[in-house]
Write a protein that binds this ligand. Sequence first.
Ligand SMILES: Cc1cc2nc3c(=O)[nH]c(=O)nc-3n(C[C@H](O)[C@H](O)[C@H](O)COP(=O)(O)O)c2cc1C
Length: 311
Amino acid sequence: MVNEARKILLDGPPVTSLDEYRARGGLQAYEKVKEMDPRDVLDILRKSGLRGRGGAGFPTYIKWQGLLESPASRKFICANGAEGEPGTFKDRWLIRHNPYQALEGLAIGSHVIGADTAFFCIKAKFEPEKAALQRALAELQRETTLADNIELVLGPDEYLYGEEKGLLEVIEGGPPAPRVYPPYIHGLFGGAYGGPRDGDNNPANVNNVETLSHVGHIIRNGPDWFRSFGTPDTPGTMIFAISGDVQTEVVRELPLGLTLREIIDGVAGGMRPGRRVKAIFPGVALSVTILAFNLLGDSLRDELDPRLRNL
Ligand SMILES: Cc1cc2nc3c(=O)[nH]c(=O)nc-3n(C[C@H](O)[C@H](O)[C@H](O)COP(=O)(O)O)c2cc1C
């Protein structure tokens, strides 16, 4: 049975004002972090086991540690909300539900690594998300110092904008063509590939919106609380967007560690009448379509198109 009751990011009704966010404990983590040694913040993230939700699952504290320890005089941090994976709506859903927690996570990251500017990157065509972020940013900038260095970037439609090096190119005003070297080597405004130059290599940290949204909750509630969700290897929850030939197309926050069968059968109500599982597109960057045969439990395996059973 899938436990959908415990949520972190999508808990409760949508958060539409800073007062509501505060009433739910918002901003407490940011206030706490401002009084802490950044290395202690990293230690909390390390103990929590938070891994990136942008595709590669890389431990967040290691990325932040690299930037914190960098001797560079200028550093940057970016929230990646460029979401373009087919069938994926999780970051947009999250921003609509609660833009404040993503902004608080970005501000905490900015504070920990000592960033000049924090860029929140979405696509210009994401109108409802743009409106939610602009409203939240205006409130935060009016009433707090949290968002003083946060800039909203409205980028192009291209899928490659979501790739972190393409994202940096867009922030610099170019098309989303990926660079060769990672953001911690070729950061922002360091003159990479003919772009604007102001400073040295200016390392940049890029994190997915969902990753950043978790940060405040972890600081406020502690790593052990976060580890009470998910698995020992990958603690926490993740937002799943399930679409295709299932009974109910949904976006849901679920604990990590579920099988695809539990998600398809238990959350999306199973396959539509007369449809069989032939393949699943897991929506992870650069992944190939996964033949369901290798991944599903017995009941769905029986549903597979017989032609695929022997692959
Ligand atoms: C082709 C391609 C597309 C990508 N698209 C996205 C995207 O839309 N959103 C995202 O957060 N990460 C995307 N990524 C991953 C980012 O490059 C980067 O690893 C991620 O934003 C890091 O965040 P995390 O450490 O919090 O997971 C993409 C990667 C590739 C190779």
